[in-house]
Design a protein around this ligand. Structure first.
Ligand code: FAD
Length: 307
């Protein structure tokens, strides 16, 4: 396909909070910036979170509030928003970025902020019952389980946060955890204060059960003694972490876990490619850090590209 006229000096891949912050900042530094977002929604993993935690400013904000604010500001600053996933990145003498429509672009620098996708449980019933009891968004779907029982799988910040949302309306929320909670102290305290939230420890889901109407329960396997029980429930919310979205990148940029290795200036093994947020090896996990890394990557990429 014919290459498009080079409209961008810096390409930002991913419209989560790291990518939006990076694109906006690079444009403010006077660079021509294009941002590629592959899903229908900006904001990444927090796009559907009703109230995000850990911001350093007072007030309550949803993930959408933050994303929309950054998106509007990025647009005003002149960032070109391209609603398209990046399919491949070729790092020859000239960078060639190909999007999912087969269009090619030749930026001088690239900021990869493609974050991660929630890991699947990989058990029978998971795929079959998506939208009929299996969900990844308590804020969006919690209302369907009002007065019913729901199971949350996982013990990190995201899992606990979603369990707390469900506990407001569900009759009972049961968290199935393979190991002790890894969530922040403040979350653990909030969980302890909810009488309708309980735990099944040292256990994992081995199947999601259901019928024509939807989910009816889960099969739970104790990881130490192998015993299996069935727990009735109407909803299942898996939050067992995120796998990096890096399948479109050359492997020499990646660590064994699939994340991007960077130096102190957020440059990868190719000095024209930078990484920020959840996609980066060593990322701490909070969205404040994701946005700060977006700014840092923008500074580094701007230094590389002329006005
Ligand atoms: C349920 C849940 C709740 C959370 N709540 C909080 C919280 O309250 N506070 C907090 O600090 N942290 C929270 N986190 C962690 C937070 O979500 C992450 O730290 C943050 O989202 C990382 O941002 P990011 O921009 O790096 O990546 P992501 O949010 O993963 O965004 C990446 C974006 O890149 C896009 N993308 C991927 N591949 C491509 C491609 N090939 N081409 C184009 N676009 C692509 C994706 O569609 C996505 O929009 C939560 C996480 C979860 C799962």
């Amino acid at each position: 396909m014919r290459p498009l006229k080079n409209m961008c000096q810096i390409a930002v891949i991913g419209g989560g909070l790291a990518g939006l912050a990076a694109a906006r900042h690079a444009a403010r530094l006077g660079r021509l910036v294009s941002l590629f977002e592959g899903s229908a929604m900006y904001g990444g993993l927090v796009a559907t979170v009703g109230e995000v935690e850990g911001l350093t400013v007072p007030g309550k904000f949803s993930g959408q509030d933050l994303a929309m604010h950054l998106l509007e500001d990025a647009r005003k600053t002149g960032v070109q928003m391209l609603d398209s996933a990046v399919a491949s990145l070729d790092l020859g003498a000239r960078i060639t970025l190909t999007d999912e429509q087969g269009r090619t672009h030749h930026p001088e620098a690239v900021i990869v902020a493609s974050g991660g996708a929630l890991r699947k449980l990989g058990v029978p019933g998971e795929q079959e019952f998506v939208g009929r009891g299996v969900s990844h968004c308590a804020t969006c779907d919690g209302g369907f389980f009002r007065g019913m029982d729901a199971v949350v799988v996982g013990g990190g910040d995201g899992a606990v946060q979603e369990a707390l949302v469900l506990a407001r309306t569900s009759r009972r929320v049961i968290m199935v955890c393979r190991s002790p909670l890894k969530a922040k102290r403040e979350y653990v305290d909030k969980v302890a204060a909810r009488e309708n939230l309980s735990f099944i420890w040292d256990s994992e889901i081995s199947a999601i059960l259901g019928d024509q109407q939807g989910v009816t329960g889960v099969r739970v396997r104790h990881v130490k003694d192998g015993s299996v029980t069935e727990v009735p429930c109407a909803g299942v919310f898996p939050f067992i972490g995120a796998a990096p979205s890096t399948g479109f990148l050359p492997v020499f940029l990646l660590s064994a876990s699939g994340h991007i290795h960077t130096d102190a200036g957020l440059a990868s093994a190719d000095p024209r490619v930078f990484a920020a947020g959840g996609v980066r090896a060593g990322y701490g996990g909070s969205l404040v850090q994701a946005m700060a890394e977006g700014l840092g990557a923008a500074e580094s990429a701007a230094r590389l590209t002329a006005h």
